[in-house]
Structures are given as C-alpha cells and as structure tokens.
Design a protein around this ligand. Structure first.
Ligand SMILES: [Zn+2]
Ligand SMILES: [Zn+2]
Length: 139
C-alpha cells in the first residue's frame, strides 16, 4: 500500500493528500466515535510527515477528551480526522478516501462499547479495551 492517496469531505471544503503508506483500517466502536459518526469509525492513518492538507477552509476540530481532537467539516459535517496527543500519525476516516482499494481491516477496538444493533463478523480481531497492533506497511 503506497501513496499518493487523496481524499476529502462531502462538500470539498476539506481536501488532503497522503504521500506514503496508509495503515490498515481500525474500526473503533467507542462511544465517542459512535456518536460522532452515527455508527462507528473506520480509520486508516498516515504518518504526520506524509500528510498534507490541500484545502482546509471547512476544517474544524472538536476535543471530546483532553488527549485527542477530532477533525470535521463545518460546512457538510463529514467526519475526517482523529489526532491523539503524542502520536506520530493522524487517523483518517476511511470513507473520506477517494480510492481505498487495497486497504484491509486489521482490528475492531473498544468492542466493549459497541452498539447493540449490529454484530462484528466472526473471526475478526477484537479488542475490548482499545489496544491493537496495526503496522504501517514498509511503503
Ligand atoms: Zn465539507
Ligand atoms: Zn473511538
């Protein structure tokens, strides 16, 4: 999996580019992600040095906790980014990618908080408490 990849929000007021590998997708079922997205967050990620904003006039940030902030578009409401304090990557909502081909789901996290109306596919990697391993591909 290698860049460049592009993506953005529904209205186009936020656009980004990733010049480097994308991490496999982590599905976060925590209460904050469920409320923000309306379902759960399917997130890939890019190393900070590989991530560039190409359009950011719609980008706003919301901090649901002191240690992370969530990026969204103020015009169209799209969920876009998650940035954790001290992390060397930015999480990117997989649905915002123009082309997500080749990416696979690595794990489901915070499954203890998942919604009651759906099931996680049998055999999928699950982490009740949010710890996970999902390595960036070499390139
Ligand atoms: Zn937008
Ligand atoms: Zn979450």
């Amino acid at each position: 999996m290698s860049g460049p990849r592009t993506g953005g929000c529904l209205c186009g007021a936020v656009r980004y580019r990733v010049d480097g590998p994308l991490r496999p997708i982590v599905m976060c079922h925590c209460t904050q992600c469920r409320r923000m997205t309306g379902h759960f967050l399917a997130a890939t990620a890019a190393r900070r040095g590989h991530f560039t904003l190409a359009a950011s006039e719609g980008l706003r940030w919301y901090s649901a906790s002191p240690h992370a902030r969530r990026g969204f578009c103020e015009r169209c409401g799209s969920t876009l980014f998650w940035e954790g304090e001290g992390r060397d990557y930015i999480s990117i909502a997989a649905g915002s990618l123009d082309d997500s081909s080749g990416l696979a789901i690595a794990a489901h996290i915070f499954t203890a908080d998942k919604g009651g109306y759906y099931d996680i596919e049998p055999g999928a990697v699950q982490s009740p408490d949010g710890t996970f391993r999902a390595e960036f591909p070499a390139r």
